[in-house]
Design a protein around this ligand. Sequence first.
Ligand code: F6P
Length: 358
Amino acid sequence: MKTRIGILTSGGDCPGLNAVLRGAALAADKLGWEMLGFRDGFEGLLPPGDFTVLDRKCTENIMALGGTLIGTTNRGHFVAKIGAGDRAVVAAEVIEKARKVLNEAHAEALIIVGGDGSMTTALQLQEAGINCVGVPKTIDNDLEATAMTFGFDSAVAAVMDALDRLHTTATSHKRAIVVEVMGRHAGWIALHGGIAGGADVILIPEIPFDFDRVADAIRAREAAGDLSSLVVVAEGARPKDGQQVKRETKEGEFRLGGIGDIVAREIAARTGKETRTCVLGHLQRGGAPTTLDRILGTRFGVKAVQLVNEGHFGSMVSYQNYQVRHVPIADAVNRLRLVPPNGEMVQTARDVEISFGD
Ligand code: F6P
């Protein structure tokens, strides 16, 4: 029987996941192995096991597609992380069920493609003796253990495209338009997307802002003859004397969102300008991956299979200095990479007259 390994995608989807699946499946095929794709994240590991063989045929033409061929979820029986740092323990009986399903499927190892929460689960499976290899994934690009994750570049491209479009309508009406983008703890999407799209104000979680300073920036632009302004605000940004804007769902989770409307309201009140809000939401997570994300995803998928082949279990693929390497999953979880408020990117933005509202 061929060596079989499993792969699953877990947490929020992002462009580039199918490039990972394709890269991993083709690299496995080259070794004469069979790749099993478990559906809907870790949930596919529950009895009787929900998986499909990812052969060469089913990887055809998937790289250009957003989303994930095998589905994903950020809830269910294996959730090991709630919020920014609260860890939960995956029930021992759930882990045992997963082990049984993997054994019965003759899967000798499991590749987990996911973010910080999914890596926290992967670590628990590894500690319970299931051979795991992690592939980091998040559009937020906020994992300390890797210099970059696929999906981020596509999200930034979506923000840039939106700003390009919003510039023309904002200019025509001499309006301020506030664009709310993703980024729970880190403002990378807002920062990169804002710079690439020519934003005038960028508000990120790492730099609490002052509504008066945001209004000052817009007034200063008016005084210089720039009658329209684009303000990019990360969903996790907050005013100096306030909290993140979130609401509790009926499942008891907290979902960020709404800061854009508040910023727009405060700008209008302070400047008298006609102001609009545009929430980009999941548009940033959908659609075809960029060139960079297709290449990075392919490299990550291939590397994950190499790590399995070399027996580097308990490790996670990591991008460092333009090379794809690996780090222990244990060192990767719960370590966020935030925007340094005094770093070069923020300074570059300030140097092109972008205000951070501080
Ligand atoms: O963590 C990635 C992310 O895209 C965040 O930026 C965003 O807050 C969240 O996922 C949205 O998750 P959901 O798809 O559950 O609404």
